[in-house]
Every structure is written in structure tokens, then in C-alpha cells.
Design a protein around this ligand. Structure first.
Ligand SMILES: Cc1cc2nc3c(=O)[nH]c(=O)nc-3n(C[C@H](O)[C@H](O)[C@H](O)COP(=O)(O)OP(=O)(O)OC[C@H]3O[C@@H](n4cnc5c(N)ncnc54)[C@H](O)[C@@H]3O)c2cc1C
Length: 446
């Protein structure tokens, strides 16, 4: 045990730590490990009964499946470093032999090369633009004139290019899938940030974001980080308030338990940041960003279909309930497809009939046996899937969201600098927050 009961705090006795970390997703776990390894007394307060946050490897449909974050890549430096550190392995997702897409109201089928040719004019232009506007991907606010483009949505952007209707519709659909939200609310600058992180190469981006998964699951990586360093982990601890005074902060959970700390790291998803009562109150920009919400509002679901299905990929515009489908595994002679849609409010991830209906937009030859997924939008501890910015949110909020608030630092994939929205971004932000806390604990004279 690293914590020590301390003296008084008014009439109450409270556990006291150097640092309280709120949330045991990748951002919180990495921040806690870094600080604990440097000898600080750290406790992680996690609302759920498990670690991993928006990554969750769970037994469904006959095998272990990822309900949330899945794909990782060596192009993502922070997660790759963790993979190396803990001896994790990756494996490729199946390569598609055919692509199904919908344009002009009808379904089409072609080779991956034909599909890439259809989207290449729009994607090439966006990739070129990303190199112009984000010459240093890890300094997303490097250019001071980003307000010239930050008001545009992905839909606005493609509408402004000289594309054939089918090219525009299909390319926009690909980005709606990337955002897990409708193209009309998806920020063009966020799309460019993704491309810039992949060195302005959209095919590399696609490989990096859906090509390789962790062989033993995200749970194995999260577990390895949690077991390192010796930070104390308290599951089932829903933080209700953070109250600061001159000596630090008191973090209180919903059952009334208080914990004292000199520094706090808050890793809450942006959409639930407003659920904690901060005293003094959070600055207006942080609260406004949380109230505005991220662009992501979709679903991820797993579909078990009868028999072995050769690998394919399917895309649809965001007017469809599912925008992306692909086989990932076979189990007992059946195939497990992974699918995404942009509006969880219209299609729940465990709605067998609704998912089967949506799948028929591309293929009526597949017999759906069962579906399973987690609804991150109605989950009180996320209320978003992977964080994606809306128009204007980059220039309005990112810098303010990364700012500390007294003794409270912020971390999380929502406010990452590089691969924001990814496991990588969560880790990057956890490292950044832990460094700031170490500096603060050392004091002004180091
Ligand atoms: C469906 C889906 C698919 C995705 N696919 C990919 C992918 O393929 N590749 C990829 O890299 N990324 C993917 N992501 C994104 C990635 O999973 C996340 O960006 C990343 O895991 C977020 O980590 P985090 O630590 O910032 O936040 P979280 O993981 O959300 O951690 C925050 C923690 O805070 C806890 N919490 C919330 N409220 C409280 C409270 N009041 N008190 C205490 N604790 C609280 C939460 O329970 C949670 O554990 C996906 C996400 C989803 C949802």
C-alpha cells in the first residue's frame, strides 16, 4: 500500500496521496505508472468495475472481442512504445478482396483498387491540404491562421471540391466512418490532423487506423501498464467533486469518500467533464467544449453471420444506419463482422433486427445470427465514442482544454496533440500530464 492515512482535514480523516488520477483508461494508467515509478504515492479512482475505459476486451459471440478501441500501428509512437515495453504482439486484420459501396442510391461492388480510384481525388487533395495546414502534426496550432479553414465541416469541404457526385458521396461516407459521426458536424481540420499524423498519406492512414490489432487484446496492454509502478487502483469509485485549496485538492467520490492530494490528473472524456463538480469552477472554455460535445455519436457492433465469408469491406454514406462493415474473425465455422454507424440514437449496437436490416443495404446474402456491442453514447462514463472535433473546436478549445486548472491537470485522448482520438493520443496525453505533475511536485527550485 502506498497511501498513508493522514492527519486531519477538519474533523475527517482522509487518505492522502501525492497524486490522484481520475480514470483508468490508457491516459490515466500511463500517467499513474509514470508517477508511481518515480516514487510518488498515487491512487487511481475509476468509476467502472474494470480498467481500460473506452477499450474493453470482452467475451461476446463466441470469442474475445474489442468493444471499443482496437487497431494500433507502428506509426503511432506512444502506443508502439508501450507494445515494445510489455512484449505485446500485433496481427493483421483480414485484407479485403472486394469492396461494396453505395452511391446514387444503389449498391456497387468492385476491387479495392477500383474503390481507391473512386475516392483518390478527394483524399489526395485533403492529404495535400493536411501537409500545408499541419506541417508539424504534433503542433496542431502551429499555423496561426487556422480560423480560415476551421469553420468548415468535412461535408462543406468535399462539396467545395470539383468532384463527380459519386466521388463526393463515397469519399464523404469514408470520412463519416472515420468520425463515427455525420459529415456535416465533422471538422475538416480534424480530418487533416489525422492525415498529417500519417505524414500526409491517406492510404497509410487507413492502414494505421484499421490494419493491425493487438493479438492478446487491448486488455492485456492495459493490464500490463496497470501492474507496473505500484499505483493504487480503486475501482467502482465515481468521482463526484474536486475541491481545491492552498494545500492541494480533495477528491470526493459519490459514496462520500474523500481523498487528499497535492496534484490531480483528470482524464475524463470531454463529454462527461461537466459531470464533476469542480471548486473553483472550471473555466468557461472547458465547460463550453464539454457542453458542445464531440462530433462522434455513432456505434460499433459485432455481427455473427452464418458460414465463412471471404474478406470484403463495405462503405455507405452517413444517411445509412451502418457506414462500414468488414469480416474480422471466423468462429466455429461462422464469420464475425465488425461494423460502424454514425448515429447510435437511431441504431443500438445490440439491435439484431436493425443491424440485419442495415447490412442488407450492401448484402442480402448474409444470414445474421446475432449481434453484440456496447453503447458508448448512453454510457455515463463516456457519452462519446472516439473523440473527434466539430468545426471550430480546434481553434476555440484545444489550447484551453490542455491548460491546468490550479492543481488539476488534464489528460485524455480528447485533448491529445498528435493522434487525438486514438489509444496513442491517450498515452501521449498521460505522459504529458505526468511530466507536468512531476515538475509541480518538485517545486519551483526543482
Ligand atoms: C467504439 C470505439 C472504437 C475505437 N477504435 C479505436 C481504434 O481502433 N484504435 C484506437 O487507437 N482508438 C480507438 N478508439 C479510441 C480509444 O479507445 C480512446 O481514444 C482511448 O481509449 C481513450 O482513452 P482515455 O484514457 O483518454 O479515455 P477513457 O478510456 O474514456 O478513460 C477515461 C476513464 O475515466 C473514467 N471515468 C469517467 N467518469 C468518471 C468519474 N466520474 N469518476 C471516475 N472515473 C470516471 C471512465 O470510466 C474511463 O475509464 C475507439 C473508441 C471507441 C469507443
Amino acid at each position: 500500500m502506498r497511501y498513508r492515512p493522514i492527519p486531519e482535514c477538519g474533523e475527517l480523516r482522509m487518505d492522502s496521496f501525492d497524486v490522484v488520477v481520475i480514470g483508468a483508461g490508457f491516459a490515466g494508467l500511463v500517467a499513474a505508472r509514470e508517477l508511481a515509478l518515480r516514487g510518488h504515492a498515487v491512487v487511481v479512482l475509476e468509476a467502472r468495475d474494470r480498467i481500460g475505459g473506452r477499450t474493453w476486451t470482452d467475451e461476446r459471440l463466441g470469442r474475445r472481442l474489442e468493444m471499443g478501441g482496437t487497431w494500433v500501428h507502428w506509426l503511432q509512437p506512444h502506443v508502439w512504445s508501450e507494445i515494445t515495453r510489455y512484449g505485446q504482439r500485433i496481427e493483421p486484420s483480414p485484407s479485403s478482396q472486394a469492396v461494396h459501396w453505395i452511391s446514387g442510391g444503389s449498391a456497387h461492388r468492385g476491387s479495392p483498387e477500383e474503390f481507391d480510384a473512386l475516392i483518390s481525388r478527394g483524399m489526395d487533395q485533403l492529404a495535400r491540404d493536411s501537409r500545408t495546414w499541419f506541417p508539424l502534426p504534433y503542433e496542431p496550432l502551429h499555423r496561426t491562421d487556422l480560423d480560415q479553414v476551421d469553420h468548415l465541416s468535412v461535408a462543406d469541404y468535399f462539396a467545395g471540391l470539383d468532384l463527380e457526385p459519386a466521388e463526393r458521396e463515397v469519399t464523404e461516407g469514408v470520412w463519416a466512418e472515420h468520425f463515427n459521426g455525420p459529415a456535416a458536424v465533422s471538422g475538416y481540420t480534424q480530418a487533416m490532423r489525422w492525415c498529417a499524423a500519417a505524414s500526409g498519406d491517406w492510404q497509410l492512414l487507413h492502414q494505421a487506423t484499421s490494419g493491425y490489432r493487438l493479438t492478446d487484446g487491448t486488455a492485456a496492454l492495459a493490464g500490463a501498464i496497470a501492474a507496473d509502478g505500484g499505483a493504487e487502483l480503486r475501482l467502482g469509485s465515481v468521482v463526484a467533486s474536486v475541491s481545491q485549496d492552498t494545500g492541494g485538492a480533495t477528491v470526493t467520490t459519490a459514496d462520500g469518500t474523500g481523498v487528499r492530494a497535492r496534484q490531480v490528473i483528470c482524464t475524463l472524456p470531454l463529454n462527461v467533464l461537466g459531470t464533476i463538480d469542480f471548486q473553483p469552477a472550471l473555466p468557461a472554455a472547458k465547460l463550453a467544449a464539454s457542453a458542445e460535445r464531440t462530433a462522434s455519436q455513432g456505434l460499433k457492433t459485432w455481427i455473427r453471420v452464418r458460414g465463412e465469408v471471404p474478406p470484403f469491406t463495405a462503405y455507405a454514406p452517413d444517411t445509412h444506419d451502418l457506414t462500414f462493415v468488414r469480416p474480422e474473425y471466423t468462429v466455429e465455422g461462422d464469420t464475425l463482422l465488425v461494423a460502424f454507424g454514425t448515429r447510435a440514437a437511431d441504431l443500438a449496437p445490440d439491435d439484431v433486427g436493425g443491424v440485419a436490416r442495415a447490412l442488407r443495404a450492401w448484402r442480402d446474402d448474409l444470414e445474421v445470427l446475432d449481434v453484440s456491442g456496447h453503447d458508448w453514447m448512453t454510457d455515463d462514463f463516456s457519452r462519446e465514442t472516439w473523440p473527434m472535433q466539430r468545426p471550430k473546436q480546434l481553434t476555440r478549445y484545444l489550447a484551453a482544454l490542455q491548460e491546468p486548472h490550479g492543481a488539476v491537470r488534464f489528460a485524455g485522448s480528447d485533448i491529445a496533440t498528435g493522434w487525438a482520438g486514438f489509444i496513442d493520443g491517450a498515452i501521449e496525453s498521460g505522459l504529458r500530464a505526468s511530466r507536468a505533475v512531476q515538475d509541480a511536485l518538485r517545486g519551483p527550485r526543482g
